[in-house]
Design a protein around this ligand. Structure first.
Ligand code: CP
Length: 319
């Protein structure tokens, strides 16, 4: 029997994963990077698998990279067009999930604008479910690709000083990164205006700063977050100009971090709001494009691992 380092059917979040589980996912992801860089990127590892992408919110990186990951491993992929589906006739999320489940897909990748919706859906189906981002809750594959990017550049995660800056209150990326980076022993700082610091942070073990000049000092990683205007009800800061002045990453603020500090952003970026183009496009320091590249490898690893677990479960039932 296979030694199951990651003994789960789903990937719903990073919270609760153990260090060996996360490291196993990162190691497997690493093994796909070279395949993606080679001229023949294809493998037949998942040729019997059917994956359905079910995205209730817009996405460029996550949806495309899950599709590419599945295709490169030989799987069949269906991208459900939510606007053309029976959801527009009033069908509920659960009825949609149960309907899709009846067609025997192996994996559902779901992005949803309600916290907990992906977990609820996973309880109604018997295929694997991957959380592609649920509102401000979790985005596990983003945290994994961020960690893979950091580990490949810095050769470690433990002991690094990582500053996560900006709209933490609305960010699933930040939340999944807190869980992952703290679990692997990084020193995590949050730098944000008071209005964008959520209360759950006080018990998490992160250091909180409201001044970039303090928080960025000696950091190894500067991770900027998108200002999520579409999720803001009310005014969280006076103007985008003011926000950029105090919390936008520019060359001057970056100079406070270590000279070899990496610049990260999950994308999409609001240039001139949370990040200046000058630093976003600095090919020496910015690893934003590398994050996107490694996202495909991470999603290949997650699909492979979950499908191996499914197969093992089916084999057990046959016996
Ligand atoms: N980082 C991220 O989730 O990007 P998309 O919304 O484009 O998928």
């Amino acid at each position: 029997m296979r030694d199951q380092v990651y003994p789960h059917r789903d990937l719903l979040g990073i919270e609760g994963l153990s260090p060996p589980e996360i490291i196993h996912l990162l190691n497997l992801s690493d093994s796909y990077v070279e395949l993606n860089r080679s001229s023949d990127k294809t493998s037949k590892a998942l040729e019997t698998l059917t994956i359905v992408n079910l995205f209730f919110e817009n996405s460029t990186r996550t949806r495309t990279s899950f599709e590419l990951a599945a295709l490169r491993l030989g799987a069949n992929v269906i991208n459900m067009q939510i606007g053309d589906s029976s959801i527009s006739k009033g069908e509920t999320l659960i009825d949609t999930a149960v309907t899709l489940n009846a067609m025997h897909p192996d994996v559902l990748v779901v992005r949803h604008p309600q916290s907990g919706a992906v977990k609820l859906l996973s309880e109604k189906v018997n295929c694997s479910v991957i959380n592609g981002g649920d509102v401000s809750h979790e985005h596990p594959t983003q945290a994994l690709l961020d960690a893979l990017t950091i580990r490949r550049r810095k050769n470690k995660i433990e002991g690094l000083k990582v500053a996560i800056c900006g709209d933490v209150a609305h960010s699933r990326v930040a939340r999944s990164n807190f869980y992952l980076l703290l679990t692997l022993g990084a020193e995590v700082r949050v730098i944000a205006p008071k209005t964008l610091i959520p209360s759950f942070l006080s018990n998490l073990g992160v250091e909180i700063y409201t001044d970039m000049r303090e928080g960025l000092k000696d950091c190894d990683i500067v991770m900027m977050l998108r200002v999520q205007k579409e999720r803001m009800v009310g005014n969280f800061f006076p103007s985008t100009k003011e926000y950029f002045r105090f919390f936008g990453l520019d060359r001057k603020k970056l100079s406070l971090a270590k000279p070899d500090a990496l610049i990260m952003h999950p994308g999409p970026m609001n240039r001139g709001v949370e990040i200046d183009s000058d630093v976003a496009d600095d090919f020496e320091r910015s690893v934003i494009r590398e994050q996107v590249e490694l996202g495909v490898a991470v999603r290949m690893a997650v699909l492979k691992l979950l499908s191996d677990n499914l197969l093992e479960e089916k084999n057990k039932k046959v016996k």
